[in-house]
Ligand binder design. Structure first.
Ligand code: PLP
Length: 396
């Protein structure tokens, strides 16, 4: 077995630009990532046509207002968002919302909020929220290993009756755990709104807004629906209004302020908003969110079939099959064997498959991870599956 020098190879340092000629670069990165090819073409074409692009349009011009209204209306239509919810385009990414949620829903820092922790992002959301409210935790970690491998059941005892909201992350991007449908709270807690971090799964499955009791749902744009710099926030109208937010809530994070200003309280991320509109139009043309969900199921299955059929050559930490993420598939090779892992990263990179190991705020992690967002096709996923199968045949 020839092992390439592990210390210097760019594939091992997370390089996203293979230095060999490949037919196609396939971006399996966890984010920011590629958009569907048709959307990237629409964007490229807009720079070739005469006239200003949204990068240069004043945000209060009629031209941009048409773009803004179209983006909001198409998100609403694609995701079947009822009229009693507002669609807000905000700043600050997912992390901004980690603070904005308690600042908007807890008027006083002594207010209680329930945080369901089943992975690194919900943990980070809770850590930030603790500055602004009393966060009570429902811990989903495995009592023996401390690892996050499934989503905990929610019982009445877990949720304080005065809790302002119950927070959860519907797809834990790092851990590879996904709730394919939102949970229902126990009957005696149904009055409490759910707050959902859907940063990495928004637009890939339907959401039953009313029956699930969604109060706020947010998604940073850079995984499935656009580029970093924009955060989509969907908020139920009864949760906003004068006097509801903490008096310390900054204007840029204040849902009421931004609703009242119709998303123009300050300069919004104009280009990024236009891109979200293009992605929504693409979803509509492709057959809607149900069709996208079918594709997501097929993509994840293509990889999990290889992992499960490899007699342990590949393994995944997500043991609960019903909660395996369709977006992010973590796996390792021979229990994390360093030489084989390096070999895998270099060979796949040389074939144009990139982003399988990136640095995160949580380090490189024990696992490689294939992210299968809207920009990755089923055919591209099959390329990786075939590569994985051949690699396993060669080295197992
Ligand atoms: C990426 C991600 C975030 C962080 O988003 P930023 O835009 O970097 O702040 C938060 N939550 C989830 C689930 C994510 O995948």
């Amino acid at each position: 077995m020839t092992i390439v020098d592990a210390k210097i190879h760019p594939a091992l340092m997370g390089s996203l630009s293979p230095n060999v000629t490949v037919d196609e670069v396939i971006n399996f990165s966890p984010g920011p990532t590629s958009l569907p090819a048709a959307v990237e073409k629409t964007i490229a074409d807009s720079f070739q046509t005469p006239g200003l692009t949204s990068l240069a349009l004043s945000h209060r011009s009629p031209e941009f207002l048409a773009i803004l209204n179209h983006a909001a209306a198409s998100v609403r239509s694609v995701m079947s968002i009822p009229d009693d919810y507002e669609v807000l385009f905000m700043h600050g990414g997912g992390h901004g919302q980690f603070a904005a949620v308690p600042l908007n829903l807890c008027r006083d820092p002594s207010d209680i909020a329930t945080y369901v922790i089943n992975g690194t992002w919900s943990l980070r959301g809770k850590d930030e929220a603790q500055k602004y409210c009393r966060a009570q935790v429902v811990d989903g970690s495995d009592p023996e290993t401390g690892a996050y491998t499934s989503f905990p059941d929610l019982t009445e005892a877990d949720i304080h009756p005065n809790s302002k909201y119950v927070y959860l992350c519907s797809n834990e991007t790092v851990n590879g755990i996904e709730l394919h449908r939102l949970p229902k709270l126990p009957d005696s807690r149904r009055h409490i709104p759910l707050v959902i971090d859907a940063s990495s799964d928004f637009s890939t499955k339907p959401i039953d807004w009313v029956n699930s009791g969604v109060g706020v749902l947010f998604a940073c744009a850079s995984k499935n629906i656009g580029h970093p710099g924009l955060t989509l926030v969907v908020v139920r109208k009864d949760l906003i209004g004068t006097g509801k937010a903490s008096p310390l809530c900054p204007g840029v994070f204040n849902y009421t302020t931004n609703r009242d200003a119709e998303n123009l309280w300050n300069t919004p991320a104009t280009f990024n908003i236009e891109v979200v509109g293009h992605v929504m139009d693409w979803i509509q043309r492709e057959g809607g969110v149900d069709e996208i969900e079918c594709r997501c199921i097929a993509k994840a299955k293509a990889l999990y079939d290889v992992i499960d059929g490899s007699s342990g050559f590949y393994s995944t930490p997500v043991t609960n099959k019903s909660q395996r993420s369709r977006m992010n598939v973590p796996f390792n090779i021979c229990g994390g064997d360093e030489d084989l892992t390096n070999q895998f990263l270099i060979r796949s990179w040389e074939k144009g498959m990139i982003g399988l190991r990136t640095l995160t705020p949580f380090g490189v992690g024990d696992h490689l991870r294939a992210s299968l967002y809207n920009g990755v096709t089923l055919e591209q996923t099959h390329h990786l599956a075939t590569f994985m199968r051949r690699f396993c045949e060669k080295y197992s």
